[in-house]
Design a protein around this ligand. Structure first.
Ligand code: ITT
Length: 177
């Protein structure tokens, strides 16, 4: 049984659809200020692995907007909490280049084992308006074609998402041992 350390129910639901058996542990960990999601995840894993005696995974994700030089990137959680989706749409006013991607870095470790990490990305566009009620976070403003991630149900989102890609890679690695 794997413990998924996250405070985010949406993330947990998406991961559970891939792993089946999974236990959410909302125990928190320090998210360091760093330039990459990989550093944030690796540092979080060090802290979590020292506290838990079970197989454990955590995931750090971010939205990278091309015209904003990758912002909010590693600051995605803070930006979502502060200016939110409306703030991103405002920053993008008058900008035609709307390309953006989500990246997910999942870290996994068992007691006494060096952590492993897997990444996934989904590329799309920042829309001109927020649409949809499903998903969470930036989903309503992130589009694939004419459809926002918040208009997709979990099964559809899991066919294409950054998180589904990183977690499927981890699952494949676990299954192949
Ligand atoms: P943790 O407890 O797992 O850290 P979190 O919500 O803080 O939960 P992250 O730091 O990984 O997760 O996420 C950074 C921000 O990006 C946060 O505001 C999320 O809502 C948002 N985000 C992450 N994955 C997303 C997705 O699939 N769709 C939309 N927004 C997403």
């Amino acid at each position: 049984m794997i413990y998924f350390v996250t405070s985010n129910k949406g993330k947990y639901a998406e991961a559970q659809a891939i792993f089946g058996d999974l236990i959410q542990r909302d125990i928190g960990y320090a998210e360091i200020q760093a330039d990459t999601l990989e550093e944030v995840a690796a540092c979080g894993m060090k802290e979590v692995a020292a506290r838990l005696q079970e197989p454990v995974m955590l995931e750090d994700a971010g939205l990278f907007v091309e015209a904003l030089q990758g912002f909010p990137g590693v600051y995605s959680a803070y930006v979502q909490k502060t200016i939110g989706n409306a703030g991103i749409l405002r920053l993008m006013q008058g900008i035609e280049r709307r390309n953006a991607f989500f990246k997910s870095v999942v870290a996994y470790a068992e007691p006494g084992m060096q952590p492993v990490m897997f990444t996934g990305e989904v590329h799309g566009q920042i829309g001109f308006e927020a649409r949809g009620k499903k998903g969470f976070g930036y989903d309503p403003i992130f589009y694939r074609g004419n459809v926002s991630l918040a208009e997709m149900d979990l099964v559809e989102k899991n066919k294409i998402s950054h998180r589904a890609a990183s977690m499927r890679a981890l699952k494949k690695w676990l299954d192949s041992r």
